[in-house]
Design a protein around this ligand. Sequence first.
Ligand code: ADP
Ligand code: ZN
Length: 742
Amino acid sequence: MRYADVIVPLAVEGLFTYAVPDTLKNKVEAGTLVLAAFAGNRRYTALVVRVHGEKPEGYTVRMLEGVVEEGVKLSPVHVRFLQWVGDYYMTTPGEVMKAALPAVFREPESELFREKNVAVIAWAREFTDEELGHWLDALKRAPAQYKLLCAWIEQGQAEAERGAFLKEYGVSAAALKGLCEKGILRVEERAISRLARKVEVGRLSVLSEKQAAGLESIRHFYETKDCVLLRGVTSSGKTEIYIHLIQECLEQGKQVLYMVPEIALTLQIVRRLERAFGARVGVYHSGMSEQMRAELWRKQCSDEPFGLILGVRSSVFLPFQKLGLVIVDEEHDASYKQKEPAPRYNGRDAAIMLARMTGAKVLLGSATPSFESYRHALAGKYGLVELNARYGGVEMPALLLADVKEYRRKKLMKGSLSPLLVEEMRRVLEEKQQVILFQNRRGYSSYVQCDHCGTIPKCRHCDVSLTYYKQRNVLVCRYCGAVEPMPATCTDCGVGHYRERTPGTERVEEEVEQLFPDCKVGRLDLDVAGSKRRFRRIMDDFEVQEIDVLIGTQMVTKGLDFEHVKLVGVIDADSMVNFPDFRAEERAYCMLLQVSGRSGRKGEQGKVVIQAANVRNRVYEMLLRGDYRRFYDCLAEERKLFGYPPFGRLVQVELRHKEVVALRNAANELAGQLRGVLGGRVCGPAVPEVSKIGDVNRLILLLKIEASASCAAMKTLLKEQCEALKRNKAYGALRVIYDVDP
Ligand code: ADP
Ligand code: ZN
């Protein structure tokens, strides 16, 4: 008898063993998707990890019931990779499997993969002119059918898509049915690909001297190193270099994974990639339907996979047959880290591991590398290639600091826009050029406060202040989505009125409209980006200058390449710098540099106005100097001192419980236990920034693990302690969530 160890797509630890029935013997091996009943009679798609002859002892072994999706089989490396993600990020293999596989494969009892069909009209057989003449005569009494046949003859093609044809010629479905019944036309269902896109292929651009030298040194590093960091200022042509490397890799018959941090960037870059590689480009992101995801999986397992996959972090889970190169663009970006739900993995780090397992090369690209990657590059573990000038000799934008505190003292700050920013905006708009205003909302957002008693309305279920949406006149919780109408008077004192405090994007929009009544303003934030169509429209309008001023949150910082943008304004830079997180300054620097990179990308030099109250902060100082290395050296000292990344690792443990007392006791017990063994490496318990979400309270512990210590051993210890805690009846429904490299 043969047995198979499988992963079931659930949050359960470990593997499960099933017997392989004779009928499936030739089909089941490591990487096969199989049908297995688990815990009762519910059936799941399970993933085979190993087939062997060792009969498990102590329980009756169940039989596998079938093979799911015979065409789709994971390679042994792929299976090992999924297991690595589970181990490293301290989650179950089942949860990794859930994140990796399209739902269509995972849930055999629900929807299966369906081909997408279109109806096509064609002649039922060949007709002579004479025959057709007869038919036309005969149909004079059925005008609708007559009209349709004339239209059909007129359109001249051998076949046509049914819906499009009926619509274009304004003919009826009933008439078509009539002609089919008479044996003149026929309608056929045909499978088409959901992934097909129309593309025009052009030639690759010729690299500039500096770019060519950069490409050459990347190649040179690959002779001895697996990973290269390409640090290039914004608009230096990193993407062009990627394209040339991709070309070489495809020519060798190998595949490329090209990762970007956000969907919005896939939309921008896909056009450029398709111009170079045509139909060899496949796109993968979370906005795709499950059926599309399934089709892509099938294609990647087939004889004709896409050579190049452009995708967001989850594309690291796709099957590759011959991976040769992984490009991680904007590698510093925090969006590569999945926060919720498990697996809480970092797409960049997972990709580096995937490349190591498959023998592929890695190229990390950024203008402001993460400290982790930069450290490896400085230490020689990664190759380091730098591009310090923009393509075409375009100058880097000029940075101006607007001292908001000073303006306030002189009573010159009317709203959220400083006189300096307004003046620069006026100049740019008069020249019919464009402006981007960046309003960061990370860490806080526009809340309201009573002007009498000072109360800030909070969500009933979460520990966060509510956000005000003016157009709908409601208060909304950003965490649980609860919506409340905006009360006429303060619900606490009954006297005062709620006033908006920090300006959100909506407020800025209003101010700009008042100051520049003739200019067209567009807003791009999470509320808009939820709709792909609205997002696209705003982008397109901005591109053709239907919009003069674009206001937005993080979304406007990345990747956008519009040639008429000559000014970028950062409304409130302090909020980023002061965010309570050890990475706040690193992130603020990145974000400010990224957003300024949107200014003056072509032609004349652009400008950036950064508004800050605390202008003497070192982040601004270093930014003005444009010296990333110095900035790194300066912050690295502190990180080293406190054992923070990149000089140590962090594992965050979050405990969740409805009752505050039980939660606090559990957290204290865990901290005590861990301290007994790990001493000062344990920090906390601490109250997180948001201490309650949806009526569940939260506390966090942080484990600092120095680079020389064994991370795996500490994780094991941590897990054991947490499991013991969960078994303790006093803590009832305690939940433990691990976050590795938070
Ligand atoms: P980065 O990825 O470093 O921000 P890009 O590759 O997007 O830079 O290049 C910035 C702009 O300059 C783009 O519009 C790009 O088309 C153009 N560009 C860069 N290098 C070349 C080149 N060698 N030939 C033609 N255009 C180039
Ligand atoms: Zn809430």
